[in-house]
Write a protein that binds this ligand. Structure first.
Ligand code: NAP
Length: 289
């Protein structure tokens, strides 16, 4: 069993750290808002650290799952950041959805400090984190991945090394690009069906058995038709992720016309008060016309 720290006990981090503890690892937690870390320790045991550096000292693995690039820089390189305290030969595993650029920067900083770094964003949402069934897309070096993979599998059903530093984040961008287009297509189909006077529930029952089937269709069509969005993966997080993908596309010369359009649609959803709504709320802006 390993000595591990977990930085960031949010919607995702809280249950991920819980799975590490349940597997028997020795877990130290840090959270910016201390009350959450106190609650975690009261429920799970383990030890609370008051800074990322204090959490990281003496650990074999340090996991993080914070909001964005700036948050990640703060908990790694900022005052009392984890990187200055990492042991030589240890591994820092970052599960934040962030840019490939920050992943490469942190990987280089880790190498000069004598420890490993993996960018390892996740897919599977809150339910995946709660059930320990996340999918992990990893960038970094093979020996570092081999070292960390057994511990990562405490909260994952699959973890795969996809290339050098930054590759995990690039893979997560592909994931989000796929989702953006699929959700907009589903929203348009449901909107169209309603305008046409169809029983959309019956139509989905049939077409979900054919080529139009998708995770979004299976899991979101009912709530979309009912106009319920108060759950799931927040629009403001999706906008962050699409922004990261669009920035990267400008750098690598790829064309993402649909992603750019859907990002603008999400901006409209935010203007409707929906920044914390689930991403399936794209249909709400069609309903209002
Ligand atoms: P969340 O509930 O908002 O939690 C964010 C965590 O990061 C909190 O513990 C927060 O601390 C901490 N944090 C933020 N900024 C910080 C800073 N500057 N310094 C220290 N700690 C900081 O978010 P989440 O839903 O767990 O998502 C975390 C990451 O996973 C994001 O990158 C997100 O895009 C990604 N993700 C989320 C989902 C999902 O379904 N939620 C799915 C896949 C990937 P406080 O408690 O003090 O605010």
């Amino acid at each position: 069993m390993a000595k591990v720290a977990f930085l960031g006990l949010g919607v995702m981090g809280y249950p991920m750290a819980r799975h590490l503890k349940a597997r028997g690892h020795e877990v130290v937690v840090y959270n910016r808002t201390t009350a959450k870390a106190e609650k975690w320790v009261a429920e799970q045991g383990g030890r609370l650290a008051s800074t990322p550096a204090e959490a990281a000292a003496g650990q074999e693995f340090v996991f993080a799952c914070v909001g964005n690039d700036a948050d990640l820089r703060q908990v790694t390189l900022g005052p009392d950041g984890a990187f200055a305290a990492m042991d030589k030969g240890a591994v820092f595993v970052d599960h934040t959805t962030a840019s490939a650029e920050v992943a490469r920067e942190l990987s280089a900083a880790a190498a000069s400090g004598g420890f490993g770094f993996l960018d390892a964003p996740v897919s599977g949402g809150q339910a995946g984190a709660e059930n320990g069934q996340l999918t992990v897309m990893v960038g970094g070096e093979e020996p570092v991945f081999a070292q960390a993979q057994p511990v990562i599998m405490s909260f994952a059903k699959a973890a795969r090394l996809l290339g050098p530093a930054g590759s995990g984040q690039l893979a997560k961008m592909m994931n989000q690009i796929c989702i953006a287009g699929v959700v907009q297509g589903l929203a348009e189909a449901l909107h169209f069906g309603k305008q046409a006077g169809l029983d959309t529930e019956a139509v989905i029952d049939v077409i979900s058995k054919g080529a139009a089937q998708s995770w979004q269709m299976e899991n979101r069509h009912k709530t979309m038709a009912a106009g319920k969005f108060d759950f799931g993966f927040a629009v403001e997080w999706m906008r962050k992720d699409l922004g990261i993908a669009l920035d990267e596309a400008r750098r690598n010369g790829s064309q993402l016309p649909l992603t750019a359009l859907v990002d603008q649609f999400y901006a409209e959803v935010v203007a409707m008060g929906g920044k914390r709504w689930d991403t399936s709320s794209l249909i709400a802006r069609l309903g209002k016309k």
